[in-house]
Design a protein around this ligand. Structure first.
Ligand code: CP
Length: 320
């Protein structure tokens, strides 16, 4: 069966999970956005700094490495007043004894946490697991397929910075083929009326062209001139094995790195630069750009905590 059809069928029975974003409407996101900003304001005013007692427990299952997503989900659980249990990596787990990831997930699920937050590779059939699961599965990064919470925290950051997001031009620069962040944004951004542009090495362009129009650029100056906001993507060397075309880092830097002068040309009209992290400074973004853009990128990370806390409230079945 066609993959799109399989995804749509899966969605019909997946309202309790967060894996794909292609059913979110603009109204859904606006309501979500207000909750995130309310949570952030309450925190900054210290109204919600020390929730007492646990309302439930989550299980975090991270089969791929993570810093931001894992730690911000832990902070988010604290803000939502829930505790968490964690499995991180293979060492010290029964995966070392040959237990499969699927069996591991089913066993943790049998311990009856209120939700499972999972980061895994493309090889894991997350849809099948979600369809069998009695508790919500929240995707914390699935191979190259999906990273819904990153897309949502990015959109919160974009809306906070730009106000109205409809008709804004958002440009993705870099290793599009390896990016699960792009996969989730391609589900969400067109539904918000955002225009999408892409720039990157041809052999690393998006794996499957989407059904909607994207503006494909070949020239960095032209692309940056078009954009209201740039999301630079990490060069994911670890996902390049088995590819016919090696990515030449020097050529990449020459053509696609966002440099200080690129930024200064557009700073006055308010061009914003984001990056989901981790950043290879000196590759996707020049090291000299750091003082100009890093605080905005770190605000993405801050927003990740409040975004994920609202997600936990919605999908975990407790109220903050
Ligand atoms: N952006 C992101 O997913 O970062 P981590 O891999 O560190 O979680």
């Amino acid at each position: 069966m066609d993959e799109q059809v399989v995804r749509r069928l899966a969605l019909l029975i997946m309202n309790n999970h967060l894996i794909y974003l292609n059913h979110w409407s603009s109204d859904d996101f606006d309501k979500f956005y207000l909750k995130v900003i309310e949570k952030k304001s309450n925190f900054l005013l210290k109204k919600n700094d020390n929730p007492k007692g646990f309302k439930g427990q989550l299980a975090y299952l991270f089969f791929e490495p993570s810093t931001r997503t894992r730690m911000s989900f832990e902070r988010a659980a604290y803000l939502s007043g829930v505790s968490s249990i964690l499995l991180s990596g293979v060492a010290g787990t029964s995966l070392e004894k040959g237990e499969s990831i699927e069996d591991t997930i089913l066993n943790i699920q049998a311990m009856q946490p209120q939700a499972l937050v999972i980061r895994c590779s493309d090889e894991v059939d997350l849809i099948n697991l979600a369809n069998q699961s009695e508790v919500p599965i929240i995707c914390a990064g699935w191979g190259k397929k999906a990273h819904p919470t990153q897309a949502l925290l990015d959109l919160v950051t974009i809306k906070e910075a730009l106000g109205e997001i409809k008709n804004k031009n958002i440009l993705f620069i870099g290793d599009l083929a390896s990016s699960r962040v792009v996969s989730s944004h391609f589900e969400l951004l067109p539904r918000m009326g955002v225009n999408i542009g892409c720039l990157g090495p041809k052999e690393f362009s998006v794996a499957r062209p989407p059904a909607f129009k994207i503006n494909l650029f070949e020239d960095k100056n032209q692309a940056l001139g078009w954009a209201d906001l740039v999301i630079a993507l990490r060069v994911q060397k670890e996902r390049h094995s088995g590819r016919q075309n090696e990515l030449n880092l020097n050529e990449y830097i020459n053509q696609y790195q966002v440099m200080v002068n690129d930024y200064l040309k557009h700073q006055e009209r308010g061009l914003k630069i984001m990056h989901p992290g981790p950043i290879n400074w000196g590759v996707e973004l020049s090291t000299q750009l750091q003082p100009y853009v890093h605080s905005f990128i770190l605000n993405q990370v801050t927003n990740g905590v409040f975004t994920r806390s609202v997600i936990l409230d919605q999908f975990g079945g407790w109220q903050s």
